[in-house]
Structures are given as C-alpha cells and as structure tokens.
Write a protein of this length. Sequence first.
Length: 410
Amino acid sequence: MTRSADPALARWGFSTWLDGARGTGEFIKLPELDDVNDAIVSMDGKKMVNFCGIGILGWQHDPDVRTVFAETAANYGLVVGGSRIIQGVSRPHLELEALVAEITGKERALTFATGMLANIGFVNAMSARFSFNNDDGVDNTDTVLVLDRECHWSMWKAAERFKFGRNLIMFDHNDMTSLRSELERLEGRKIVVGFETVYSADGSLAPVGEILDLCEEFGAVSFVDDANGFMVYGNGGRRFAAQYEALRRVTFQMVSFGKGVGLSGGALAGPADALDAFRFLSGTTVFTTNIQPPTAGAIVHVLRRMRRDPSVMEHYLDRVDRVRERLLRIGCTINPTPTYITSILVGANDIAVRVRAEFIERGYLVPMFGYPAVPKNRAVIRLMMNNRLSDEHVDGFVDTLAELKQKYGF
Ligand SMILES: Cc1ncc(COP(=O)(O)O)c(C=O)c1O
C-alpha cells in the first residue's frame, strides 16, 4: 500500500517499510532544533542536554569567530556563486588551502564543500580517464583501491563503480597481515591504499606507521581520511604523537572541518601536480559549489588559534579521559583505544530504541548508532563529547546511563 500521490511509486516500497520501521520504534523522530546547536538545545520547546553534536570545542559560539564570519561575509559575500572551475574561489579559500597545506606538511591543498565531497573527488580523480584534446590525457581506470573494511561510507560510495574483488579490495580492520597479503597478491598494479586515522564508529586508531611502511614497500600510493583526527591530534599534543608524526609520510590526506574545527567543509592535501590535476579531475570541484567564503574565513581564524594554543584541545582530551574512566567504573563496554570518540556498547536494536527514548524522557539527547553505521544488533552510543557541556551535565548523563544499564542489562 502506498500513500503517495503517484501510484507508480508503490513498487519502491517506502510506505510499507516506514509502517514496519515505525512499529518497531527504529524509525525515530529526528531532532528538530528550535535554536542553535549547543550543549543545551531546544526541541519542540523542551530543553535537552545535547550529547549529539560533533563540533567538539563549540567554536561556532566564540565571539571572535562570529565576528570574523560576519566580516568575511561582508567582504566576500555569502557564496562565490558557482563551482570552482566556472566561478573560481575567493581569497579566504586560498588562505585556507595554504594553511591546510602547511599544517599537513603537503605541497598543496584543495577545499571542498564537505569532507565527503573531498573523498568522492579523490576517488574520482585517481581513477579518471580524461583529456582536453584526445591526446596527452590521463587514463587511471586501472587503479586498484585497497580499503580498510571500516572505512567511512563516503569512501565506499565513491568506489561504487569499482568492481569488488577486481579493482576494489578490502583488508581487515587495522590488520597488517591482511593488508600485506592483499598487497602481495596485487604486486605490480597501480594501487591506492585508503584508511582513516580515527575511525568514526568505534574510535579505533590506525597503525599509521605500519600501513605507510607497507605502502612504501609495495610502491602503493597512500590516502588517509583524517576527518576525525584533524587538529585534535598532531598539533603538538602528546596523544598519538607517533602516529601523527608518521602521517607526514602519507601521499594524500583528507580533512574535515566539522569535528575538531567545529565548522563545516573539507579539504584534500598532497603533492602539487596531483592536486592541480584534481581541480579538473575530481568532479566535486566542477559540478558542485565550494565552502561558503565566510565559513572559509572563520576556519582560517580557528585554525590559527588552535595552532597558537594547543592547550585548549589538550584540556578537552583530559576531560574525555576522565569520562572514559567513569564509564568503565560503571561497567560499560567501551572502545579500548582512548581516542576522543567514545563508543558505548548497548547491543540489541530493540534495547537501543528504548534506551534512547528513556534518555529523551529524562532530558538527554544521545547519539545512538545503529545499522548501517555499525553491524545489526551492535548498537552503540557514539560520543564526541561537546566541551561546552558542564560537569553537572556529564554527571547526569553517566548516572542515567548507569540506571538504564541496570534496567536493560547491557
Ligand atoms: C571518517 C569520516 N570521513 C568523512 C566524513 C565526512 O566528512 P564531512 O562531514 O565533512 O562531509 C566523516 C564525517 O562524519 C567521517 O567521520
């Protein structure tokens, strides 16, 4: 049965699926915020303590960031008004690209409207066949993409036109034996190895140096999706310093400005000629728009401040460590690697639905991750704690979690 105005749509099954999913409670009402995203948000007029946001330091609330945003909007407009290839970029984009190249230690960087578009653009560009005039073109349709199985959805989406097993190969998560055996099998082919620094769903961290050693041994190009780690680690901080030092050897680095920087947009950094070619070959610099100029200006401002004073992030990470200790004390099963992403195992889908609903009743908005972000019946509360939450908010969350854990036995 379909409730759609167009009977032809019935064959797609949306209405039937929705009826079922609403029945099990899995088709949740998505948060609709009445005001700004912050530690406290208002939903349908009700105040909620918000554990769902990903802009961990809350830079969007900083008065100077807002001033820079407004000034950049006044000077450069709200939008460039077209894609990079057609309409070009503004000064704030160029400043941002120079800064990202400097921070990552790469020759060149290119901005994209989102990190996901940077990933999609990268895969497109590395596997493109293109020439302006039928000669002297590139033909990289023989590229083989070797991805960690836990790579983000955007990488798998980007690789959809690859053929699994032929030019799209998966290695077991963070497993160097598995990666080595795939690289041995593929020896002589044109390989890109893709992995993440900090993995979104379970907060695990790649053995960066070991992966890059293997890439160098087998002559593979390396690509890291550093969406989650950019400016959280490697900025003079003590945590995971060795992995971030090793990262300087990676061929290409993708970053997102949504997490550590807390704004939005993404970038690719790498060798100059490749990045210059990506302006044409990525597709996502050609067929879509870039970051808004005021956002680019605000990111530059935030990056400069974060570089000047890494202690803000270090204090935040100390705080996350203390929350992890408390979660362990109340008996939670959490991800073993102490990154800032904390993944609390809840398990069965039906329990996850009820736990989330009970949190909401008690005034807490929590990020419950289910399938397809994690395997079915392995639901987790995936925290990227907002530093603007007070200690009382965190206490309240941990106490509620302890109570619900007892009640539902997870
Ligand atoms: C590992 C990873 N890659 C890519 C992305 C996409 O980044 P953005 O949100 O900037 O599009 C995310 C965002 O959640 C991510 O976690």
